[in-house]
Ligand binder design. Structure first.
Ligand code: UFG
Length: 338
């Protein structure tokens, strides 16, 4: 990443959350001044470094966001704030259209009003729904199968429309399965009740739960369990910094990029990795499919590799699991574990 003096501070919404906090670290490590905006509904004040400015507030508050953008002369926004549980989005869709779509629309309005020229958006592979082909290229049909995916796709569309007529450009990053924790132990997945496989497996490996359910063994995959493209959260954070620098260097250019490594692991391969890293087998219960899970989700990542100078540093499932486990132990030691 460029060592040049930074032209302006960057606002990070949801900077006290899992992925946002890693982006804050990546920005600070690269020398960017950072203003974190978070309402602390699910994020943690302790996860924000002292070297970042913190504003407690809601991204849906157009007036407040416009004031913050003007006061700190924010030039770019990395927008992570939002809700992210697929099942919850099915049970309470209006929450997702409020916290994701409507709140993002408000933030985009504030960006335009306040003069922030660049916008990096936290999107998701859930915008593709059940893919027709794997690996999935960005041009594949967008057919989300839940309100979570739709709420994010709508935001992509709002950004696209707004960037045509207002002086800003955007990059939507479609995340595949984000996992792991900062290798230096500064942050990690701390959200109570997170249901992601590697988080659940880390809890089982550290004695916090008795076993791991394997949801479905009859998928059209080599071992019958679901295959996912797990990306280390610190690599994902770096992708945001590169996306930001690309937007600054190409003011007329907006883009949408998959974030994944381009290869996947099955549930059983992930659990085998956990066993290998801890040298202790965790108990697996083979249970039925979880509704709405596709067989395989793997990114076609050629676009990000050819557009940004981003190169993964932690494309290693063993490292992802090792870092997730270290963070789980840190949470327990600090009494922060749920
Ligand atoms: N799984 C288990 N047991 C568990 C948890 C998960 O077997 O206890 C399996 C799932 O069935 C799936 C795989 O592990 O095959 C990964 O599941 P996760 O819950 O970790 O992640 P998902 O692929 O369901 O979801 C992720 C993101 C969502 C996003 C979705 C689609 O977490 O935000 O990918 O892109 F919407």
């Amino acid at each position: 990443m460029s060592d040049a003096p930074k032209p302006f501070p960057v606002m990070v919404t949801g900077g006290a959350g899992y992925i946002g906090s890693h982006a804050v670290l990546a920005l600070l490590d690269a020398g960017w001044p950072v203003v974190v905006v978070d309402n602390l509904a699910t994020g943690f004040r302790w996860s924000i470094p002292d070297t970042a400015t913190f504003v407690q507030g809601d991204v849906a508050d157009v007036q407040l966001m416009t004031e913050v953008i003007r006061e700190y002369r924010i030039g770019a926004i990395l927008h992570f704030a939002g809700s992210l549980l697929v099942q919850e989005s099915v049970d309470d869709p209006l929450k997702y259209y409020r916290n994701n779509t409507a709140a993002s629309r408000a933030l985009i309005e504030a960006a335009v009003a306040g003069g922030a020229r660049h916008f990096v958006f936290s999107s998701t592979a859930a915008t593709y729904g059940v893919p027709e082909m794997v690996p999935i290229p960005e041009g594949a049909p967008k057919a989300p199968i839940n309100p979570y995916g739709r709420s994010k796709l709508m935001t992509e569309e709002i950004l696209d429309d707004a960037a045509r007529v207002h002086p800003f450009n955007y990059c939507a990053l479609r995340y595949f399965n984000v996992a792991g924790a900062d290798p230096q132990g500064r942050s990690g997945q701390s959200t109570r009740g997170a249901t992601h496989l590697i988080h659940i497996a880390a809890e089982a490996a550290t004695g916090k739960r008795a076993h791991v359910n394997v949801y479905g063994t009859d998928y059209a995959t080599p071992d019958g369990t679901g295959v996912r493209d797990y990306i280390h959260v610190s690599d994902l954070a770096d992708a945001h910094v590169h996306a930001l620098e690309h937007l600054i260097g190409h003011p007329g250019d907006s883009l949408t990029l998959n974030c994944g490594y381009g290869h996947g692991y099955s549930v059983l391969e992930v659990l085998d990795t956990v066993d290998r890293v801890t040298n202790h087998p965790i108990e697996r219960k083979l249970v039925g499919r979880r509704p709405g899970d596709p067989d395989a989700l793997v990114a076609d990542n050629r676009a990000i590799l050819s557009t940004l100078p981003w190169r993964p540093r932690y494309d290693d499932i063993g490292q992802i699991v090792t870092d997730a486990l270290s963070w789980e132990r840190t949470l327990r030691e600090r009494g922060l574990s749920s």
